[in-house]
Ligand binder design. Sequence first.
Ligand code: OOG
Ligand code: MG
Length: 263
Amino acid sequence: MPGISKAQMYECAKRTIAAEDAHQAIPQLIHTFPDLTFEEAYQIQDIRAKFRIEQGFKAIGYKMGLTSKAKQQMLGRTEPTYGRLFDYMPLGENEPLELKKHIQPKVETEIAFVMKEALQGLDVDIATVLKATDYIVASLEIIDSRYIDFKFSSQDGIADNISASRIKLGSIKISPNDTDLAALGIKININGTDVANGNGAAVLDHPANAIIMLVKMLHREGKFLEAGQIVMTGAVTAAYKLAAGDKVTATFDVLGELTLTVV
Ligand code: OOG
Ligand code: MG
């Protein structure tokens, strides 16, 4: 006997979408469904994605979460997870983050991949990922949990599209073969203070490993990574809470600088 019915899964998906759209935090789903499994949580995420597509949004890729020690420590767990990206998420180059459209946003620095070939199955290694990649770019991810006080279980996070909210991609595109992605350094500065730095190796020793893990997780669910899709490989450093007036500058070796202003 499953602990949660299909109808209740639809209800959960609607709850986190309504919270995102109304910018209003909700209690964790696990309070109502304490036995929620990872599999059920991904089913809720799937239903949530279908609702977004029915609303007219386009799925543009995936994001990996908890692929670095910094993020794993922040959430007190080590299992990487994935979520979906939609076409309402990318911010334009000079577009600020409007706090009134969010609940409790935090910023992360990530290396993003854009695929030129589909990837599927279990037989994927770093070389296969690099070969299938069109280019990599610098990116900022703005996460925004729909749960009160940004507190949630793994299952809650997965059901809530692992806090996906906005992304900002850099304009310098390079081939992943033209640079050592593990050594690629990233610095994040907020309001003139350097808050953290790291490199590509912080993400599972090499950011392409995040894509390998994603493709394997998708394969278990009968899905695959399509050509043209974007993959955010996960935060290199911790996530930082944003407030009105903040100015974030992220400096990436080779990939240039990204800025974000919060209004
Ligand atoms: C989950 C999303 C994690 C990352 O890069 O590790 C994530 C969260 O922290 O809310 O985006
Ligand atoms: Mg992230």
